[in-house]
Write a protein that binds this ligand. Structure first.
Ligand code: CO8
Length: 258
């Protein structure tokens, strides 16, 4: 496995656990983190032994934002000219599912990266916020859009305009996170969930991820049709025959990934 400086990558069975590892900066996201993460996620996507990833940080911070010290001296020409952080779009094109396991601060870019993942499991210590307005800027990695989709206009607007944080309970009520687990159990629970997903037929997992994501890009009628076509397509797979035979024969399915 590749050597990284700002992330740790380990395989736990069919689940890949990726840990942001810049403790001195509360996992602030700089260009190196992005490059390493893109490299790791590309390797994960290609590795047939791996079915789902977990992205996590430390007990104190999932990530406290984009790296303010890296951005501080940049001007418009640097940011726009280099399309600063456009590479994060590639992270969202990872085809296999990624679960964000969030403990502590998920602020600014940290909250945005958590929202780029397919769903968020939150520790009871998690805190979410888009405090960029306090730095006289704004979300820049999709936060204003994904937060508004996740929690609706009222809460998204309040959070972006005031920079106030949401705790885990509020985030769960608002639909930002799928569920809350005790902080001590977060990684085990996230990895167990990832292993459950990795135990499903791989093509069905890809299709399910693709169709849920389509709900955010398409009209209802197009989305429903897109879902139905993918559903039809799954009937061209060996695993569909196996999955349905296994149910009828009261045994576990054995997937070929075809
Ligand atoms: N960037 C760089 N360094 C950071 C960051 C950050 N986002 N957050 C924390 N650090 C550093 C601190 O500077 C400190 O370093 P040092 O020890 O060298 O002084 C170290 O991490 C520990 O932090 P604190 O001492 O501040 O720890 P506290 O426990 O007192 O406070 C907080 C924790 C509340 C999380 C506090 O650190 C904080 O407010 N951090 C900044 C949060 C923030 O504003 N995040 C938004 C950043 S902007 C952003 O994400 C924009 C995204 C869009 C960009 C995309 C462009 C295209």
């Amino acid at each position: 496995m590749a050597e990284y400086e700002t992330i740790l990558v380990e395989q736990r069975g069919a689940a890949t656990l990726v840990t942001l590892n810049r403790p001195q900066a509360l996992n602030a996201l700089n260009g190196q983190v992005l490059d390493e993460l893109l490299h790791a996620m590309a390797a994960f996507d290609k590795d047939a032994s791996q079915g789902c990833a977990v992205l996590t940080g430390s007990a104190k911070a999932f990530a406290a934002g984009a790296d303010i010290k890296e951005m501080q001296a940049q001007g418009f020409a640097d940011m726009y000219g280099h399309d600063f952080f456009a590479g994060w779009d590639r992270f969202t094109r990872t085809r296999k599912p990624i679960i964000a396991a969030v403990a502590g601060y998920a602020l600014g870019g940290g909250c945005e990266v958590a929202m780029m993942c397919d769903f968020i499991l939150a520790a009871d210590t998690a805190k979410f916020g888009q405090p960029e307005v306090k730095l006289a800027v704004s979300p820049g990695m999709g936060g204003s859009q994904r937060l508004a989709h996740a929690v609706g206009k009222a809460k998204a607007m309040e959070m972006c305009l005031t920079g106030r944080m949401m705790d885990a309970a509020e985030a769960e009520r608002a639909g930002l996170v799928s569920r809350i687990v005790p902080a001590d159990d977060l990684i085990d629970e996230a990895v167990k969930t990832a292993q459950t997903i990795a135990g499903m037929a791989p093509l069905a997992v890809l299709a399910n991820k693709e169709m849920v994501n389509a709900a955010f890009e398409m009209s209802l009628s197009h989305g429903v049709q897109f879902e139905r076509r993918l559903f039809h397509g799954l009937f061209g797979t060996e695993d569909q025959s196996e999955g349905m035979a296994a149910f009828v024969e009261k045994r576990a399915g054995v997937w070929s990934g075809r």
